[in-house]
Design a protein around this ligand. Structure first.
Ligand code: SF4
Ligand code: SF4
Length: 451
């Protein structure tokens, strides 16, 4: 194993890191290596230190004070996408996602204690202050929306002025999708069509509500048709994932509790999410308990809330809906989002929904379990690996010549749209419920692809 390279080149073991991650969880790994072939970073670099087994070995070495936590070790750990494909592959039930997240957060907090240095400028301005704030993000994107409406956005690409910006900003510009015409804000509640069978809450998120509000509307319409009253609490916030993953556990906990309160104002049977990354975070609010910023009563409420969260495809598949009537004669690639397939273990529900739509044929691609490289803010912070994986995914998709791509995660959709644009390919990307809704409303394929 190449881990010896790291173990030997580090000369100063440091006992500061004991207790970073629960030792018994590290010991659950029996080093069988069955996860390595499902790890995207290992597939690209071939370096054991970039595999789940290697990273567990590194974390354990640091935790047992055999390995110092230097930049090289951190580099291997930071390269991890937290896609959790290794969890699906692991026969020993190692909760790798919990290990790497706890390790990173502890490392962040330790560095803050030691150096007084907190977030860097990008994390502060974008990941903390901008993205989780829906209204601010909407204001910032207004000029871009205007440029797109006036069809002047190509000018920015042509002039090349963007190249003067720091890399994360260049990548953000590249990731910006074609913004839909202003969609109205969803009202506080939408009635069920016919007899009410359930009252459901709809989670909007932050980036998703600004860039993919049309998906929220599609979900609301399908839910209404299914006999659900849809409640959209106005005080709901971002899920808190960006803060949690950058070690700001206190503000992530406050956000989580604000969401618990928001969805508690009008009792709902379930809380539905249409972004896999947010859904995984909401379902795992209980992990915020370890941050120590919630009282035992608040922990109980977080736990109860998390138990009500469902991905929208999971919920709709459970309702056994009648097939919609509109024909969509298209061949689609369904792209498994890591935070749906691996973090929530949902892969059949979106396919079941798509299979109900008359005319839709699902194409399966090579390496369906391998991440597309989006992984939250990973595509902004680890551009090389993100592009490598994104292009690998696009190659596998294009090999099937689909009419459309379907993904149940806004982050994956943005990543795939950007890479398709870069290659000059006009293949639209949809949420599965968007296609279901279009079929229910008998929107034709020609109308849909030109939206
Ligand atoms: S989470 Fe993904 S990238 Fe990280 S070790 Fe597991 S499979 Fe590899
Ligand atoms: S994480 Fe699981 S699959 Fe991977 S080496 Fe450890 S025990 Fe084996």
């Amino acid at each position: 194993m190449a881990t010896s390279e790291t173990t030997t080149q580090v000369s100063q073991p440091c006992s500061d890191y004991q207790g970073f991650v629960p030792h018994d969880q590290l010991l659950n790994c029996i080093h069988c290596g069955l996860c390595t072939s499902s790890c995207p970073t290992y597939l690209v670099t071939g370096n054991e230190n970039d595999s789940p087994r290697g990273r567990i070995h590194l974390m354990r070495g640091v935790e047992e004070s055999r390995i110092g936590l230097n930049e090289r070790v951190r580099g291997h750990l930071d390269l991890c996408l937290d896609c959790r494909s290794c969890e699906t592959a692991c026969p020993s039930g190692v909760e790798y996602g919990q290990l790497i997240e706890t390790f990173r957060i502890s490392d962040r907090q330790k560095q803050l204690e030691k150096t007084g240095k907190g977030l860097n400028w990008f994390e502060r301005i974008f990941l903390r202050d901008l993205f989780p704030n829906r209204k601010r993000l909407e204001r910032v994107l207004w000029p871009a929306r205007l440029m797109q409406m006036m069809k002047l956005d190509w000018l920015i690409d042509r002039v090349g002025i963007i190249k003067l910006l720091p890399m994360p900003l260049q990548r953000m510009q590249r990731m910006l999708p074609k913004l839909q015409r202003d969609q109205p804000v969803l009202p506080r509640s939408l009635p069920a069509v016919g007899t009410r069978n359930a009252r459901v809450g709809l989670f909007l998120g932050c980036v998703a509500d600004v860039m993919f509000r049309h998906v929220h509307w599609a979900c609301a319409r399908v839910l209404q048709e299914a006999g659900c009253e849809v409640i959209v609490p106005k005080t709901q916030q971002c899920c808190g994932a960006m803060e949690f993953h950058t070690g700001q556990t206190e503000s992530a906990t406050h956000r989580a509790l604000a969401n618990v309160d928001a969805f508690g104002e009008q009792p709902v049977d379930v809380v539905l999410v249409n972004v896999a990354g947010c859904g995984a975070m909401l379902k795992e609010y209980i992990h915020l308990e370890k941050s120590g910023h919630a009282t035992s009563d608040e922990v109980t409420r977080l736990n109860r809330f998390a138990g009500k969260v469902r991905d929208i495809t999971e919920y709709l598949a459970g309702l056994d809906l009648a097939p919609p009537q509109g024909e969509l004669p298209i061949r689609v690639v369904y792209q498994d989002a890591c935070h749906l397939k691996h973090a929530q273990q949902i892969d059949q529900a979106p396919r079941e929904l798509l299979n109900k739509i008359p005319g839709v044929e699902i194409l399966e691609i090579l390496e369906p379990n391998i991440c597309c490289g989006a992984a939250g803010s990973y595509n902004l912070l680890q551009p090389e690996m993100s592009d490598e994986l994104g292009n690998r995914k696009i190659d596998n998709i294009l090999a099937k010549s689909p009419d459309a791509i379907v993904s149940a995660n806004a982050g994956c959709a943005l990543q795939l749209m950007a890479l398709l644009k870069q290659r000059g390919k006009k293949i639209p990307v949809f949420h599965p419920v968007e296609l279901f809704d279009a079929s229910q409303r008998k929107v034709t394929w020609d109308e849909l692809r030109c939206r």
